[in-house]
Design a protein around this ligand. Structure first.
Ligand code: UTP
Length: 495
């Protein structure tokens, strides 16, 4: 395409300003800008901008309509289940893993702007005694749950780990796994794919220039998953490998039970095509979306969309009526994913007002301190309403959810809370297995030793944990790396 035809095309779509600095650019910069521009279908993105604005209006209107909690028939809570029931679900899930029918969809394409970390968030180390990163913890949980499936059913079916990245996270993510030898997983069982991007707009619908020769763009949200699954051949890979159950979750929950057999077993036994794990909302004002029914459809209603009355309403037993807090932790059958990916272009678009760096009228790059434009995003949960059998599984927050969103200055959902939440859970596991540990002692349990508190009795029963930090490891790890944690008190069970 020549400069003239591109110029004409941009002008006809009201985006001619993107070529304003053309005369100032070097040949190389011109080539870069043209390459950016060629990737954009301007008619389509203008239409998306229009639709995204309409969507926000629809959401505002919807909140006054028929809002109901998830019916009991579609809801179970792990803390209320008997041990027998949990074991029954777990065994069903382990059988599916053993048969190679389970995959994990990891959402790792975000920009981690609040955390302010210049690398993919999965590479973050929250300062555990082992210094393991989020990626390593998750990889090792996969190794362990495969082992549990093999112990139970005599066959170690491999879990395929589908990792969604974006243009900025793909290279570093793949390099990271390669340089750590895939943390004990097989290279062929990790499949990276890349989500798309969308241009960033000002409030009037003009696309920003990030630099004179570079159009401003951002990943298209975690709901960009569906488009990417199709366009990057992941659906075909899922079919080829015979994967039937997909556990999808965000990268930043340090307590995530990756490929959770209880969740998989629950969904399989209920014949669900789509499901969400939820935690009880802690207070009416907690900033978390709730899973509920709006006009008969399953949806996540953002906390800002709930009226005060709905947020504060309680059931007869004192629970919040709308208490199913969404934690970006979902189940999809492969059939459901195939169906959804065929009409993903119809999914809702959300508008996020952001501070977007841009090149101003004088050609100077500005970094605004207030939101100056919008990013458009699709959300993974917007497909719930298309499920034929959607169900929820409530899980205990202290066991399964602690998100890493901010830096420590926020004092909330930050590295120190993630670290403390994990260590608190691991102390609990040690106590349940008969170990003696005070609250001020750090004991970390390697995922290679225990996925969810199992397999600890022999190691910790009757042991007193007195001098921090401890890192309880599997036999294999201890042999490979020695017992110590950075030369201190760590051990695989005793000093
Ligand atoms: P968040 O919405 O919390 O975004 O993502 P983030 O990138 O982690 O952090 P901020 O908002 O920039 O500070 C929730 C999950 O969805 C993934 C993230 O990687 C995280 O696991 N995500 C988000 C994507 O995979 N792609 C996106 O476009 C956005």
């Amino acid at each position: 395409m020549s400069y003239d035809s591109i110029f004409e095309n941009l002008n006809s779509h009201g985006q001619g300003h993107l070529l304003k600095y053309w005369p100032d650019l070097t040949e190389k910069e011109r080539a870069q800008l043209l390459s950016d521009l060629k990737k954009i279908d301007f008619a389509e993105v203008n239409e998306l901008f229009r639709r995204a604005n309409d969507t926000s209006k629809v959401i505002l209107e919807e909140k006054v309509e028929d809002l109901k909690p998830i019916p009991d028939s579609h809801y179970e809570a792990v803390p209320n289940l008997s041990n027998e029931k949990i074991l029954e679900y777990e065994n069903i899930g382990l059988k599916e893993i053993s048969d190679g029918k389970v995959g994990v969809l990891l959402l790792a394409g975000g920009q981690a702007t609040r955390l302010g970390f210049g690398h993919p968030k999965g590479m973050y180390d929250v300062g555990l005694p082992s210094r393991k990163t989020l990626f390593q913890i998750q990889a090792e949980r996969i190794v362990r749950v495969q082992q549990m499936a093999a112990e139970k059913y005599g066959k170690e079916g491999k879990i395929t780990w589908y990792i969604m990245t974006s243009e900025h996270t793909r290279g570093p993510t793949a390099d990271y796994f390669r340089s750590h030898n895939y943390f004990g997983l097989n290279e062929e069982d990790i499949v990276y794919f890349e989500q798309g991007t969308l241009p960033c707009f000002d409030f009037e619908g003009k696309i920003f220039l990030d630099e004179k020769h570079h159009v401003s763009s951002a990943p298209d949200g975690n709901g960009g998953l569906y488009r990417a699954l199709k366009s990057q051949g992941v659906l075909a890979d899922i079919a080829k490998r015979g994967v039937e159950h997909l556990h999808a979750h965000s990268v930043d929950n340090i307590l995530i039970k990756v490929a959770d057999p209880v969740f998989i077993g629950y969904c399989k036994s209920k014949n669900a095509d789509c499901a969400a794990k939820v935690v009880q909302k802690s207070t009416p004002s907690e900033a978390v979306g709730v899973v509920c029914r709006v006009n008969g459809h399953y949806k996540v209603v953002e906390y800002s969309e709930l009226t005060d009355e709905a947020a504060e309403s309680r059931t007869a037993d004192g629970r919040l009526t709308f208490s199913a807090g969404n934690i970006c932790n979902h189940y999809f059958s492969s059939q459901f994913l195939t169906k959804i990916c065929n009409f993903e272009s119809k999914l809702k678009l959300h508008v996020a007002k952001k501070k977007i760096p841009y090149v101003d009228h004088e050609g100077i790059r500005q970094k605004p301190t207030e939101p100056n434009g919008i990013k458009m995003e699709k959300f993974i949960f917007d497909v719930f309403e298309f499920a034929e059998n959607f169900i929820c599984l409530e899980v205990a927050r202290d066991v399964e959810f602690s998100a890493l969103k901010n830096n420590d200055a926020a004092k909330k959902d930050c590295p120190s809370t993630a670290r403390e939440d994990l260590l608190r859970l691991h102390r609990k596991y040690v106590r349940e297995a008969g170990g003696i540990v005070e609250d001020n002692i750090d004991v970390e349990i390697s995922p290679l030793l225990s996925y969810g508190g199992e397999n600890l009795e022999d190691l910790v029963s009757g042991e007193v944990f007195a001098i921090s930090p401890y890192h309880l490891k599997s036999m294999q790890e201890s042999t490979a790396n020695g017992n110590g944690v950075n030369g201190t008190n760590g051990s695989n069970g005793t000093h």
